[in-house]
Design a protein. Structure first.
Length: 230
């Protein structure tokens, strides 16, 4: 798959778990500019040493507490210029913050929003298989949006993905091993390229995104930091 396929595409990654984070990893591998959003000081299950380096390499990292009104407003500003957003929160959670699909679609009618429901098995292979399905669905959505100038809400149910996979010959979800978690691999499952580079530290690209992209002043950034928003 072409490593420049998604060059110029901006993805906002709100993933909490492995499957959605892996989806973002694959999109970055195809050349998308993926901004990984983490709440300041939050514990992220994808940030174990091996998972962090594999799942988040090639992304940019910012800190943002979008549960607070000022943080939600900043996220909506990021969405204005984004092509897609990936999330795996509980149903209606983002809607309760004013960040559901209808809210974000009003901000950016071309936005593709991919919502991933985890499979619940805890199997590394299953998690990555669901992430691969989310990647494929997001890619189709992006290509469609480019032609019709209209976004859509893509919902990926982990259980349904695994049920479909279990019916394929040669697939045993209980025994099929995951490919190794090594960012040095030139390609991952299904030949999707993996962009080289380490995973970002939380908040590492705050200045680049908030100042460079959104035009916030140093004084505004300091105020947001002191308030625990970024």
């Amino acid at each position: 798959m072409n490593e420049d396929l998604l060059a110029g595409i901006l993805i906002i990654d709100l993933s909490q778990g492995v499957a959605a984070a892996y989806c973002g990893r694959l999109l970055a591998g195809c050349g998308a500019d993926v901004i990984r959003v983490e709440r300041p000081g939050a514990s992220d299950p994808s940030h174990t040493p091996d998972r962090n380096s594999h799942l988040n390499a090639g992304k940019k990292g910012i800190a943002l507490d979008y549960t607070q009104p000022a943080g939600a407003a900043l996220l909506r500003r990021l969405v204005e210029g984004a092509d897609a957003l990936i999330e795996d929160h509980a149903p209606d959670y983002l809607g309760s913050l004013g960040l559901g699909y209808r809210d974000l679609n009003a901000t950016n009618p071309r936005l593709i929003m991919t919502s991933v429901t985890p499979d619940g098995s805890g199997s590394p292979f299953a998690e990555r298989l669901v992430g691969l399905n989310a990647f494929a669905a997001t890619l189709v959505g992006l290509l469609s949006a480019a032609g019709i100038e209209r976004g859509q809400h893509v919902e990926v149910a982990g259980g349904e993905c695994l049920a479909a996979a279990a019916s394929l010959p040669g697939i045993d979800l209980g025994r099929t091993p995951s490919p190794p978690l090594d960012p040095s691999e030139p390609a991952d499952m299904m030949g999707v390229p993996l962009k080289a580079g380490r995973a970002p530290h939380p908040g590492e690209h705050n200045d680049e995104v908030y100042h460079g992209m959104l035009g916030l002043t140093p004084e505004e950034l300091l105020s947001l930091q002191e308030a625990g928003i970024i």
